[in-house]
Design a protein around this ligand. Structure first.
Ligand SMILES: Cc1cc2nc3c(=O)[nH]c(=O)nc-3n(C[C@H](O)[C@H](O)[C@H](O)COP(=O)(O)OP(=O)(O)OC[C@H]3O[C@@H](n4cnc5c(N)ncnc54)[C@H](O)[C@@H]3O)c2cc1C
Ligand SMILES: *[C@@H]1O[C@H](CO)[C@@H](O)[C@H](O)[C@H]1NC(C)=O
Ligand SMILES: *[C@@H]1O[C@H](CO)[C@@H](O)[C@H](O)[C@H]1NC(C)=O
Ligand SMILES: *[C@@H]1O[C@H](CO)[C@@H](O)[C@H](O)[C@H]1NC(C)=O
Length: 418
């Protein structure tokens, strides 16, 4: 089977790895000139850990652990309070056992897949046009002008996929806007920095956080929930603008936010990995259309609010390969694409249910709401050390046991090739 994958993020390389094991010929094209190191901590939980194990990457994932000690809040005077320390081998913390940076995870997956037989990576390349998608094959014109023919085209080019736009009706794709914007970047580490995830609630629905990484630098994150339609329109427009416009807006809106805002804003323009994200979910009526299928964020971005984007991409990549490995040589992939979707969709829909109130509560706009939130979290942090509450919230489980009710189907045809 000849497969073209658009996007070398998390989902694309995972699928490439398993498809190669199953004997397919795989080309992965990526828009960026080289692998993007961007992004911060992502959770690898439940069945996604099983997928990592199947790839033999568990030890390497552990080596890239960010070594974060846990989460603590920062009060308006800059003092830490309400600590939620990581508990050895359990999930009763906002920092997980398999805490890894998105960029490090993407690199491990790329390295593991690029050395497999019949896997080719082509950077600085996109699909210019999908020329045809019929019962016989799918034909594309690449940005370098060449026309290529495949048995399957996988859109793994993320939340704003261009391939999805070309191959699916806009009515069948919905974008659920969560009214929240996030900016990530890396800054030099200072002596006074620490190994906690430090979370500061600025007023006017702004949050600033700082957390350690395993590379000797510090990761800054700014988030905001615009409070008026006018402010929202400015942020929305910025998400389509270039880095310079985005930086200007962040500077304007955060300069008086307090705590370390000034230091971070000064370092922002020198950051090698500035990344601006509008928090939106993607929902599709159907993930495939004939020989084209969407995978990972392209099909079902859940947003960082769920902490599940990377885990869903890993699980989806493995399951899609598992179904494709069952096909007879030359068979149309339709049945595999449909069985895959049927098996994964209920879990995706469960994961995408973020209570609407969550991002709002976490972004207090006034001083008394901040007081309320900080008091609640402070109380929770004390309670979280009580064994009974740890049990109550399921925090006595390890990250691996915490499958959230989703067990991977058994794919014997694929597993015997691993
Ligand atoms: C740079 C970056 C930083 C991120 N940081 C975070 C983070 O800090 N926290 C978090 O929770 N989530 C983050 N995410 C989202 C997270 O990676 C996904 O939720 C999850 O890992 C699913 O991955 P994916 O492979 O489906 O999509 P993605 O990881 O988004 O990968 C998509 C890939 O496709 C490439 N691409 C885009 N357009 C095209 C095109 N037209 N042709 C070819 N290739 C294209 C992109 O460059 C990217 O490499 C980030 C995503 C990106 C791209
Ligand atoms: C493609 O195959 C399906 C299922 O076998 C069939 O119903 C359909 O008519 C075919 N379409 C074309 C254009 O041949
Ligand atoms: C374009 O890229 C494809 C995929 O790597 C490659 O096979 C082809 O030879 C390239 N064509 C040109 C004209 O560079
Ligand atoms: C945002 O963009 C839209 C469409 O281009 C424009 O009509 C609107 O005025 C812009 N809003 C702001 C605040 O710049």
């Amino acid at each position: 089977m000849r497969v073209l994958i658009s996007g070398a993020g998390v989902a694309g390389p995972t699928l490439a790895y398993f498809l190669s094991k199953a004997g397919a010929r795989v080309t992965v094209i990526e828009k960026a000139p080289k692998l993007l190191p961007h992004g911060q901590n992502v959770d690898i939980t439940g069945s996604a850990i099983t997928v990592i194990k199947k790839m033999g990457l568990l030890e390497q994932v552990k080596q890239y652990h960010t070594r974060e000690k846990g989460t603590q809040l920062i009060d308006p005077k800059g003092q830490p309070f309400a600590p939620f320390p990581v508990k050895e081998d359990t999930i009763a913390s906002f920092t997980s056992e398999f805490e890894i940076l998105r960029g490090d995870m993407a690199k491990l997956l790329w390295e593991a897949s690029r050395v497999q037989p019949n896997v080719e990576y082509v950077f600085d390349t996109t699909i210019k046009e999908v020329l045809s998608n019929d019962n016989a094959s799918v034909k594309v014109e690449l940005s370098n002008g060449s026309i290529q023919e495949y048995d399957l085209l996988v859109a793994a080019d993320g939340q704003w996929s261009k391939v999805r736009k070309q191959c699916f009706q806009s009515n069948d794709v919905s974008v659920v806007d969560k009214g929240m914007y996030v900016v990530y970047f890396t800054v030099p580490r200072l002596e006074e920095d620490n190994d906690w995830w430090n979370v500061y609630f600025g007023l006017q629905s702004r949050i600033i956080t700082l957390r350690p990484d395993p590379h000797g630098t510090i990761r800054a994150m700014f988030t905001i929930m615009p409070r008026s339609e006018a402010q929202k329109s400015v942020w929305q427009n910025a998400s389509r603008a270039g880095r310079q416009k985005q930086e200007e807006l962040v500077r304007e809106e955060f300069v008086n936010a307090g705590w370390q805002a000034k230091r971070l804003l000064n370092a922002m323009s020198k950051a090698p990995d500035f990344y601006f994200q509008a928090i939106q979910q993607i929902k599709m009526a159907k993930w495939s259309n004939n020989r084209v299928i969407c995978l990972g964020d392209t099909a079902y971005a859940p947003t960082p609010l769920t902490g599940m984007g990377t885990s869903l991409a890993l699980i989806g990549g493995y399951m899609l390969a598992g179904e494709l490995a069952k096909l007879q040589s030359g068979e149309h992939p339709r049945s595999a694409l449909e069985t895959y979707e049927k098996a994964l969709r209920p879990f995706v829909e469960q994961t995408q249910q973020v209570p609407g109130i969550v991002p709002g509560v976490a972004h207090p706009d006034t001083a008394w709401k901040r007081w309320l939130l900080q008091t609640a979290l402070s109380t929770l942090s004390k309670a979280a050390n009580q064994p009974w509450i740890v049990k109550l919230v399921g925090g006595d489980k390890t990250a691996e046991q915490n499958t959230e009710g989703f067990e991977l189907p058994l794919y014997e045809d694929l597993d015997k090739m691993l």
